[in-house]
Design a protein around this ligand. Structure first.
Ligand code: SF4
Length: 404
C-alpha cells in the first residue's frame, strides 16, 4: 500500500487540491472519497506502462516516426482543426494555439460534432461570476439549472457549503433549488425543485426576467413555481446560479445562456447575483482562457485569415468548415468523419485515428497548470513521473517541424 499526496485531482473542473491517493494491488482509493476522482486516477495510475509510445494506422512505431508523419499531415492539410483539451494543461493549450497560428487552423474547445450551440454568450455580452469561496461565504440561495453535480462534480456542493454530512451546518443556512425534470442525486437534495422540461428553459428564464420587471408572464401553467423561485431569490442578499452543458449544449444553447445572464444582470439591480459555469472537463476552462489571452476570443476561433476570428457558426463545426485533418489534444477523439484524417496526442489509449502519440498525464506523470472552474490557477503534480513527453512538448516540436 502506497499513499501519494496531497495532490490536485483533475477528475473534473473542481480540481480539489486536498486529495490523498492510496495504491494497492486491488486498485486506487481516494481520501476524501470521490467516485469520479477514483476513476480518473485509476485510469492513469493503473495504465499499463508497456503500452506503445506511438501508433500509425494501428501499428506501433517510435515517437520520432509518428511526429514526422503528423507534421506531413498538418503541412498538407487544407483545413486543419485542433480540438479536445479535456485533460490539457495551460501549457498544452498555449503550445496548441502557437501551432494553430502557424497552420492557420481552427481551434475548438467545445465539442465539434452534433448540433452547434451558436455564437458564444459570455464573450459577446459578459457575465457576473464569482469564485467558489465567494459563493460558499455569501450565497444564501443556490440555483442549479439542469445539472447534476453530485454525479459530474461530486464535491461541488461540499465546496459551496450546500452539501450533506459534515457540511450540514452550513447547508442549513442556505437554500438549494434545482431546476430539472430528471430524478438525479442532486435533485433529491433540493429544498425547492422545479421539474421543467429542457425545451422550456428559454421560456422559463425569460419569464423570470419578465416577472422581475413586473411584466406579463408567458408560462402561465408554471406561474406558481416561478413566482416562488423569484420570491426566494429576492429574499436573499446574495444568490448564485450554477449551470453547464445541460443548459448550453445543443442547438440554441448559447441563446439560453445569454437569457440566463440577462436575468442575472436584471436581478443584480437590487442584490448580488452571480453565475458559476460547470465546464465539460477539467482542461476546458484553462484552454479557453489561453485562447482569450492569446487571440482575444474564446471558446472557438478560426486563424485561417491570418488573424483570429470568433467562430459563431450555427451548424456542426466538423461538417460546416470542411475540416480535412483533425488533431485531438488530450481528449477522447470522436470517430473522424469520412474524408477526415484523425490524429491524437493523448495520455489515455485512443482508437480509430491515423496517428496517435502517447503523452504524459498531467497530474500523475507530469506537472502542469490547470484552471479551476472559477478561473483560479492550480498546479498539477507528478507523483509518478513517466518518460512520455507532454502534449506541450510534442506540439512545440511540431511547430518547429511544420515551420521548417
Ligand atoms: S470532485 Fe472532481 S476534482 Fe474533486 S476529487 Fe472528485 S473528481 Fe477530483
Amino acid at each position: 500500500m502506497a499513499e501519494l499526496g496531497p495532490l490536485t485531482c483533475a477528475g473534473c473542473g473542481l480540481l480539489c487540491d486536498d486529495v490523498f491517493v492510496e495504491r494497492s494491488e486491488n486498485g486506487v482509493r481516494l481520501q476524501p472519497d470521490c467516485h469520479l476522482g477514483t476513476e480518473w486516477f485509476s485510469a492513469r495510475v493503473l495504465r499499463p506502462r508497456d503500452a506503445p509510445a506511438a501508433m500509425i494506422d494501428g501499428q506501433p512505431v517510435d515517437v520520432e516516426e509518428a511526429l514526422t508523419r503528423v507534421a506531413e499531415l498538418l503541412r498538407a492539410a487544407r483545413r486543419p482543426l485542433l480540438h479536445g483539451f479535456d485533460w490539457a494543461t495551460v501549457e498544452d493549450a498555449r503550445a496548441a494555439v502557437a501551432l494553430a497560428d502557424r497552420l492557420g487552423a481552427l481551434v475548438a474547445t467545445d465539442r465539434v460534432g452534433g448540433a452547434w450551440p451558436g455564437a458564444p454568450a459570455v464573450p459577446l455580452r459578459g457575465d457576473s461570476s464569482a469564485t467558489l469561496g465567494e459563493v460558499r461565504d455569501r450565497s444564501a440561495l443556490i440555483v442549479i439549472w439542469r445539472e447534476d453535480p453530485e454525479t459530474t462534480h461530486p464535491r461541488l456542493l461540499e465546496r459551496l457549503g450546500a452539501g450533506v454530512g459534515s457540511h450540514r451546518r452550513r447547508a442549513a443556512q442556505r437554500t438549494l433549488v434545482v431546476v430539472d425534470d430528471r430524478d438525479t442525486a442532486t435533485s433529491k437534495l433540493a429544498d425547492l425543485r422545479l421539474a421543467l422540461s429542457p425545451e422550456r428553459d428559454l421560456e422559463a428564464l425569460s419569464s423570470l426576467h419578465a416577472l422581475q420587471r413586473g411584466m406579463t408572464l408567458r408560462m402561465a401553467d408554471a406561474e406558481g413555481e416561478l413566482r416562488e423561485l423569484l420570491h426566494r431569490i429576492n429574499d436573499a442578499p446574495h444568490a448564485a446560479f450554477v449551470y453547464g452543458p445541460g443548459l448550453t449544449a445543443g442547438a440554441g444553447g448559447e441563446r439560453r445562456a445569454l437569457t440566463l445572464h440577462e436575468l442575472v444582470r436584471e436581478l443584480c439591480r437590487s442584490r448580488h447575483v452571480v453565475s458559476v459555469a460547470l465546464p465539460a472537463a477539467a482542461g476546458t476552462r484553462g484552454a479557453q482562457e489561453v485562447l482569450s489571452w492569446q487571440t482575444g476570443y474564446a471558446p472557438n476561433i478560426d486563424l485561417a485569415s491570418g488573424h483570429p476570428e470568433l467562430l459563431s457558426v450555427t451548424t456542426p463545426l466538423d461538417t460546416a468548415e470542411g475540416v480535412d485533418v483533425s488533431l485531438c489534444i488530450e481528449a477522447a477523439p470522436q470517430a473522424p468523419r469520412d474524408g477526415v484524417t484523425g490524429i491524437a496526442l493523448s495520455s489515455l489509449p485512443v482508437e480509430g485515428v491515423a496517428v496517435s502519440i502517447r503523452t504524459a498525464s498531467a497530474g500523475v506523470e507530469a506537472t502542469g497548470t490547470a484552471h479551476r472552474l472559477d478561473g483560479v490557477p492550480l498546479t498539477l503534480q507528478a507523483p509518478l513521473p513517466g518518460e512520455a513527453p507532454t502534449a506541450a512538448a510534442l506540439l512545440t516540436r511540431l511547430l518547429a517541424e511544420v515551420g521548417a
